[in-house]
Unconditional design. Structure first.
Length: 204
């Protein structure tokens, strides 16, 4: 899927507007600038950022309602996927997005994008450093599913949803996880990679 096809999909399927696409362009330009020095994303994906990173993140909007009051945290946000992308999509002042990233270099990049685009997002260091009271956890390329669930059990004492972008081994990972009776999950197909999955876990 080329850049123009992705942009059309973002507008038609996810109701994004030209200003959102302009913000993504600013984001991508900064990412390429930083990537020349710090390797925030694989060099092999630089020519497919719109599909591999932007659309891959935006598709998570299908699994929660960003127009309601609530909060979302991204574990291990890295270069901002998916959390910073979702923050750019967010127009709701009652929906709060927070990114956790341990790397000072990556936090510096995230803050640079935040300052350049003027988006409402909070950027923090370690998920264990503070009390988290989120409705939704998102993650991509952070840790194995079992570890993400373990962290959520330790820090979240309320019903929540965990949405994880995973590759073709998602089901194998889930088969190794012991879930309590208050957990349920489903695997959804990614729209960006034929073998990739989106793991959606509900905790009641």
């Amino acid at each position: 899927m080329n850049e123009n096809e992705v942009k059309a999909l973002l507008k038609n399927n996810f109701n994004l507007v030209e200003n959102d696409l302009n913000n993504f362009k600013i984001y991508i330009d900064l990412l390429l600038e930083y990537n020349a020095r710090y390797n925030l994303v694989s060099k092999k994906t630089e020519h497919i950022i719109w599909s591999r990173h932007i659309l891959d993140s935006v598709q998570l909007l299908d699994y929660f309602n960003i127009n309601l009051e609530g909060s979302l945290v991204d574990f291990g946000s890295g270069a901002g996927f998916p959390g910073l992308v979702l923050a750019i999509c967010n127009k709701n002042p009652k929906f709060h997005v927070k990114l956790f990233e341990k790397s000072p270099v990556k936090r510096d990049f995230l803050n640079s994008v935040k300052d350049r685009i003027k988006i409402n997002v909070e950027i923090a260091d370690n998920v264990y450093d503070e009390q988290i009271n989120a409705d939704i956890i998102v993650s991509r390329a952070f840790k194995k599913i079992e570890k993400i669930i373990e962290i959520s059990r330790e820090i979240l004492k309320k019903p929540h949803k965990i949405i994880i972008l995973k590759g073709k081994n998602a089901q194998d990972e889930m088969n190794k996880v012991s879930l309590d009776s208050n957990y349920s999950y489903k695997l959804e197909n990614s729209i960006t990679e034929i073998d990739s999955k989106i793991v959606v876990i509900k905790v009641i």
